[in-house]
Write a protein that binds this ligand. Sequence first.
Ligand code: HEM
Length: 491
Amino acid sequence: LQKKRDTKGLPLPPGPPPLPFVGNVLGVDPDHPWLAYSKWGTEYGELVYTRLFSQDVIIINSERVAHDLLDRRSHNYSTRPPGVIRVLDFLSFGVEFSSIFLPYSDRWRLHRRIFHQAFRLEAAPSFRPIQMRNAHNLILNLLAYPEVYGTHFHTFSTSVIMSITYDYSTAALDDPFIALVERSLEISVRELRPEVAAVVGEFPILEKLPSWFPGASFVRGAILQRSLVPLIVQTPFEHVKKNMAAGTAAPSMVSEALNRIPDKAKDEEEVAMLEKAIKEASASGYAAASETTTSTLHVFLLVMVLYPDVQARAQAEIDSVIGETLERLPDWDDRASMPYINAVIQETLRWFPVVPLGYYIPKGATVMANAWSMARNPEKYPNPTRFIPERHMSKAVSEESSTNRRDDISFAFGFGRRVCVGRYVADASLFAAIVNILAVFRVERVPGWNVGPDAEGVKWSAGVTTHPVFPCTFIPRHTKEKVSQSVKAQS
Ligand code: HEM
């Protein structure tokens, strides 16, 4: 029996037998590829070799191997797959500058440094007032128009990141800039992934199809995206520079990074290079922050509908801390007294990681870290399809945020040098939104929507980030007047 080998003669892990030309592509649902990768994991082991057309792909299905390769040997696994980058060269979406897609390089390192200054563990709490104010807008929006809850989640996530990054205030409802960002992100999330890249890369003729041609959605996406991206990148950056010139800029990631450009570096070329990096990193940051936070809130809502007992226990905990009559809304200081809420946040991130696959490349192949499969590991999480916050309760959750405990659900935020730079900010946004939603609403399934606790049959959106699509009912636990009063009192 001849062992499979890569082009350099190194042995490759086992995997499903590929068909000529297409490889294993027919076995993969391109909208939910993590399902096939996880199934192969149970058949072939922690590391699986597969081929999508001519692209070699190695899937890591276990946390142990992911930590070993992506954390401990991260210098080998820190760049991004050429597949996605090739699509970008070949059919430009105009987002080649994004920190998320940049190859491992000095340019990427500079982006990371800019993020790190603003979003590191010690700096993240400075954004809490912004996060809480937006969580209050979220509950007011939900009270007014509960049926479009997805739009409110998006407004919340994007407003938080826009304020943090640019001190840019969006309208509480129907902000035109947010609509633009939403459209642009929808295209990127859907099209810019290796499974799509594999197809486009194999059939360059697709690029030549007119954009109206059925199935040529990525061509349409690319055309639209190329016109949206410059607006989205330029407009908020100019806003900061204008405010700085007028002396009215409040602290934000961009204003602080611009202020840090050292005087001695002020030869024109260097300043231009640094400004460009700040502009590009800030635009990538809000792209990365918005969809992920929004999708996690969708997952939270789904589990609250599917697990009414969990919801009731979470609400009992909130009421025990702030009182049953909503004399005030929850605040940051309450977090330490809410171990169950913290466990609900942990379990939400575990139950369905909204970025199910992370992409890395060592030389040659694409390596995918299958967070979805890690989250469903029955040895670490008995009965993994069930939402059980108690599994996180024994570990003094109240003292630490969901993102500090690297040993537990770290797979939700990626691995190695490309680990999510916004995880501390994300954790605080989730707490602010979740605790306020539960304080003010009971969420219930709509009559006739018969989905069981494993959420089988629920539709999930397709893309790098995914979220469930389902109907639900928001029942206010307090009167509108009471909620408005409490919001006013707290602001
Ligand atoms: C619940 C919310 C979030 C989740 C689940 C999440 C998850 C992730 C994951 C899985 C990655 C990929 C890591 C990898 O490839 O190994 C990532 C990257 C990234 N995230 Fe987050 N994220 C969230 C929120 C945020 C926020 C709020 C920000 C900004 C404030 C942010 C900024 C970034 C950036 C810039 C990257 C790219 C890092 C790089 O390639 O070097 N994320 N995130």
